[in-house]
Ligand binder design. Structure first.
Ligand code: 6PG
Length: 251
């Protein structure tokens, strides 16, 4: 069962996410000597990335032991304004000391097959995967679209149901755009997944995903159910507007 935490606004949500990120990173390094994170793009996480790139987090996070991956990427060059990689560099990576060799960019350019093979190889090398092993991230940051998509698992696409690939590159019909995405089995094998959801435009998707009928083909974020990890939804009041009142609170 997911933990749902309601925060006042995007700033409060981002501050809570930063606190959790730091705690998870410090624990991972203490236990395993390194910390792996898969980050999302879009607008919501930018404020979190800015917080992590500034005091007091900048000085506390073990950046030298941090390995940064992406949950998904648009099929554009890294210099394109739509690039999730570019946004993360501008808001975070250009300001902290993650060694460049520990930043595993998803190829948004080039052939589809090259993008898939490149990222699968990066995952296999970092996680030292055997033939039947799956990556196990310490932390994955996910967002939620107004249509219920997360990462680039869009409603009605094969990305939602795929259980055999670590990485999918495909044309998203409703976006008329190709996307690269990690898949549900990768996300669900993680130690921690944090959803960051802000804004009134997400309220219907949040309520349908968390309290609606089980319909993952229309609400893909429902497939995020960790096998052995902690799932938390950080939702601001605007995005939580259609949820039932929190237990113990009057509506
Ligand atoms: C992307 C993201 C995507 C995002 C949602 C929410 O590549 O766009 O990975 O899954 O998390 O679309 O986006 P916003 O934060 O911009 O609302």
């Amino acid at each position: 069962m997911a933990e749902v935490v309601r925060l006042e606004d995007l700033e409060a949500l981002s501050q809570e996410a930063a606190r959790r990120w730091l705690s998870i990173a410090q624990q991972a390094v203490a236990e395993r000597g390194k910390f792996s994170i898969a980050i999302s793009g879009g607008h919501t996480p930018r404020r979190l990335y800015e917080i992590m790139a500034a005091s007091p987090y900048k000085e506390q996070v073990p950046w030298a032991q941090t390995h940064v991956f992406w949950a998904d990427e648009r099929r554009v060059p890294p210099s394109d304004p739509q690039s999730n990689y570019l946004m993360a560099c501008e808001a975070l990576l250009n300001h902290v000391t993650v060694p460049p060799a520990q930043v595993y960019r998803m190829m948004g350019e080039g052939l589809l097959s090259d993008s898939t093979a490149d990222y699968e190889n990066k995952l296999k090398r970092y996680f030292e995967l055997g033939p039947r092993d799956w990556p196990r991230f310490d932390l994955v940051l996910l967002g939620l679209g107004p249509d219920g998509h997360t990462a680039s698992m869009f409603p009605g696409t094969r990305a939602v149901s795929d259980l055999t690939h670590m990485v999918l590159v495909y044309e998203v019909p409703q976006m008329h755009m190709e996307r690269v995405t990690l898949t549900r089995r990768v996300f669900n094998n993680s130690r921690n997944v944090i959803f960051l959801v802000s804004g009134a435009d997400k309220a219907k998707a949040v309520a349908a995903t968390l309290e609606g009928p089980d319909l993952p083909s229309t609400h893909p974020a429902q497939v995020i159910q960790l096998t052995d990890g902690h799932l938390v939804w950080l939702v601001d009041q605007a995005a939580a507007a259609d949820l039932k009142p929190a237990e113990g609170k009057a509506s």
